[in-house]
Design a binder for this molecule. Sequence first.
Ligand code: SF4
Length: 327
Amino acid sequence: MLIYVEKKAENYETTKRILSKFSDTQILEIDHYKNIFDKKIGNQKLTPAIIIAKDEHPNLLSVPNNYWYPGKSFFFRTSLNCVFDCEYCYLKGNFKTQYPVVFVNYEDIRNEITKKITEIRNDGYQWQITLYASNYSDIQWLDFYSWFNENFIPFIEKFDNVLMETRTKSANIDSIISINNWKPFKNTEISFSLNPEVIISTFEKWTAPLQARIKAINTLANKWYKVGLRFLPLLPINNYEKIYKEFLNNLKSEIDLEKIHSIFIASLIYNQWDFKTMQKKNPNSQLWNYVKLNENWLIKLPDEIFQKFSNLFKKELSEKKIYYDFI
Ligand code: SF4
């Protein structure tokens, strides 16, 4: 294992914790994480590495219009990249390396969140503010050496009408439970991305098997944690209507939907720049047959296919509201 440490990140508590966790490691001091992260270096398959850095501009980004929960919503990041290898993942289009980056200046990031929420409340906005924490990495998988949960979940609890969503394809929930000794949080929704097992095994390499995710969902939901189900990206593989129908029926028999906080569905979707990069990296992927350019210059499932998915989910999960983005 190789650990790159930015000089300005050396003295943070989380840096020390990470370094003490990995004993047999080579540590390399660097000036800026982008010197590694933005370059194609070494054989990443053979040289596992982590980059520890300070995020000097920990801004919150507004989400696109009509993105999931209504109201004011923002992305924020505490890490980049993911150890999983989903064939459709747009991070592969955006990032040049597969090395995870952990931004350890959590206090700065928490201050930005407080600042943003205060500004919005001072402007008179009283409805839900949503913070999406997992659009740049699978932070639940990473938690065993980033300690995101203990650093952010209790912090978010102090706000009123704020919801933080974390999303994962792992089944790691120990650190969630241990924060508060099985006492659920009001302001954090732990969401799990789900797809039929045939899609997981074909397109979502190294992610947790479906059954492991269902077990984690039930463990949390049975204790009334806020648990979300995310069906994304929906993929119209051969025979998809039958496969998804069976999949949803199996889920209903295994998960008590009454205990599920929210359900979202979403298309496979790219902007043109990401799509070109993805195609170049994997020209023969069958995924590219599923999408086409729409009138908003986005590459996504054709409307009629998405409509079929939408109808199927509304019918099979009729007891729940189904959220979807209509970008
Ligand atoms: S789990 Fe999410 S972030 Fe990780 S590779 Fe898959 S799609 Fe990308």
